[in-house]
Design a protein around this ligand. Structure first.
Ligand code: XMP
Length: 538
């Protein structure tokens, strides 16, 4: 196998470099700047499968004493290097160049002019093209042995190379969308300079992973918690392919799932040949939530009950040695990133403490994949579109969408309203661009530009507000609950924009909810983005 390593100096867009490289079917991994996976920590030898290294950008300045620092000499001459922004400045400073503060921070589009059209890194890039700049410092003197290869009107040293050392360096960001030919420049580095073949495909990922899982797990029994979501489902199917019925899946009905969800998803799992145990435990969760209205306390109560229920069921599976989890790459990077795990705004860990309690070894077959790669893998494994393209749904479920104390009555109201909203999203056709679930419009409708609204958005849900208001129905005064609708677009859930849902769609949903759901007399639409709001209300 071949891979590219990206050393992360803390830039916001480091993950995007990873995405771009993987789009070339080249496997790549991101490590914090000081954690390069040397084969031998003392001799600093580079593993043979690493074909090149990319230094990312950074919010820091190379001129600051405390800035993230990797010893460029550990890599120079050993393998091709591409420095981006901060990375380019670090290489310059290390090699005898000069980096100085600019008068103004340069941010935005700029026109790049390539000095020599036959330059390998700019193959298939026009002599003039748009790039994206975001930097405060500038390289005012190139390092020794360097040649200038491109400039913009305001930044002379916009790109350079040190041919004797296999180094390329860009002051601009090739990974971001606004750099018109950035993907081609990265291709030229990865495939041209580093000589990668690009044979890392979904199919090859499945083949190697299944083989590795077989070797790792041998004859052991494995337990996996299914959630109905994409990640755990794809993990289950991969493991099932490797060890068959020795994979024991547990799917807990916590009573906080959507209307009919438990039954529907169980049927789908069984149809996929998974060995799945469904556990009905709605009453236990409701009991645990009784009298609690503070969001974090509710999350903790749900998490704790989940562990108890799951553990009791898992105990019945004798000889289990492993707990499988659907952890994906962004979770891995996040917890080892330069900036450290991000501050806990909400406790997201549905199963926190589970592995320790159960004393099982952990296996995580999707650890190296981004979300859209998980979806693609799921498709290649033959998992149905309905499951793969499902919106994310929080572990604590409707428990955090009934604001305040959760009761059976309120849950019932919310489930009915939610089902109406979601069903309408599935049947309303739109020309909005599809989300990144990987399905082309043709696959839905045979039409090139119409897809269900559901698939054009990242996530949608309903929230039951803990207030009642006055209304009138027929001749009678009502005093009932309010439902808030939420629909957002997002790439990763970290930031999100509210969706401009069509008015006729909103009108239909509002009418249907108020007419059909007893206990609701008002519907609102949440028009807040994240940040400063969050996707969930609790
Ligand atoms: P927020 O509300 O933080 O949500 O903007 C971001 C994304 O995370 C989901 N979410 C959760 N997922 N367990 C989960 O598995 C949780 O406790 C949890 N809380 C929020 C949320 O639905 C959105 O996709």
């Amino acid at each position: 196998m071949e891979r590219i390593i990206i050393l992360d100096f803390g830039s916001q867009v480091t993950q995007v470099i990873g995405r771009r490289v993987r789009e070339l079917n080249v496997y790549c991994e991101i490590f914090p700047f000081n954690k390069f996976p040397f084969e031998n920590a003392e001799t600093k030898s580079i593993p043979k499968d690493v074909k090149g290294v990319i230094f990312s950008g950074s919010p820091y300045s190379v001129r600051d004493a405390g800035s993230p620092f990797a010893d460029v000499n550990d890599f120079v001459g050993k393998l091709p290097i591409l420095g981006i922004c901060y990375g380019a400045q670090l290489i310059a400073q290390n090699g005898g160049g000069l980096v100085e503060a600019s008068q103004t921070r340069e941010y935005g589009r700029a026109e790049l002019t390539v000095a020599n059209p036959s330059e390998a890194i700019f193959k298939d890039v026009p002599q003039k093209s748009q790039v994206w700049m975001s930097h405060g410092d500038s390289i005012t003197r190139l390092p020794e042995g360097a040649e200038l290869i491109a400039s913009t009107p305001t930044v002379k040293n916009a790109a350079y190379k040190i041919p004797s050392r296999g180094i390329y360096a860009f002051q601009f960001h090739p990974e971001v969308f606004h750099t018109q030919f950035g993907g081609i420049m990265l291709r030229n580095f990865v495939m041209g300079v580093c000589g990668c073949k690009g044979d890392w495909t979904t199919e090859s990922f499945i083949e190697t992973t299944v083989k590795q899982l077989k070797e790792k797990l041998g004859e052991d029994e494995v337990i996996l918690g299914l959630s109905g979501g994409v990640d755990s489902s794809v993990a289950a199917v991969l493991l099932n392919k490797a060890i068959g019925q020795r994979l024991h899946c547990i799917f807990v009905d916590n009573g906080l799932l959507r209307k009919n969800e438990f039954e529907d998803v169980m049927a789908q799992y069984k149809g996929m040949g998974l060995n799945v145990i469904g556990v009905r435990a709605a009453d236990r969760f409701l009991e645990a939530l009784k009298g609690i209205s503070e969001p974090e306390k509710k999350r903790k109560a749900i998490g704790k009950t989940f562990i108890e229920v799951f553990d009791a069921e898992a105990q019945k599976i004798t000889n289990a040695k492993w707990l499988a989890q659907g952890t994906i790459y962004p979770d891995v990077i996040e917890s080892s990133s330069v900036k450290g795990p991000s501050a806990t705004i909400k406790s997201h860990h549905n199963v926190g403490g589970l592995p320790e309690k159960m004393n099982l070894k952990i296996v995580e077959p999707l650890r190296s994949l981004f979300k859209d790669e998980v979806r693609r893998t799921g498709r290649a494994l033959g998992i149905k579109r309905e499951l793969i393209s499902r919106h994310p749904f929080p572990g604590p479920g409707l428990g955090i969408r009934v604001l305040g104390e959760v009761t059976a009555e309120k849950l019932q109201i919310l489930k009915e309203a939610d089902a109406i909203f979601i069903n309408n999203l599935r049947t309303y056709m739109t020309e909005l661009p599809p989300a990144s679930n990987g399905y082309a419009a043709e696959e839905y409708t045979g039409s090139k530009n119409l897809i269900p609204l559901y698939d054009a958005i990242w996530q949608a849900g309903t929230i039951l507000l803990p207030v009642r208001s006055v209304g009138v129905m027929g001749d009678e005064r009502t005093y009932e609950y309010t439902i808030a609708l939420r629909a957002v677009v997002s790439n990763d859930g970290m930031t999100a924009d509210w969706v401009h849902l069509p008015y006729d769609f909103l009108a239909k949903v509002s009418n249907e909810i108020i007419n059909k759901v007893k206990g609701v007399n008002r519907v609102c639409y949440d028009i807040s983005s994240k940040p400063p709001a969050t996707i969930e209300w609790e």
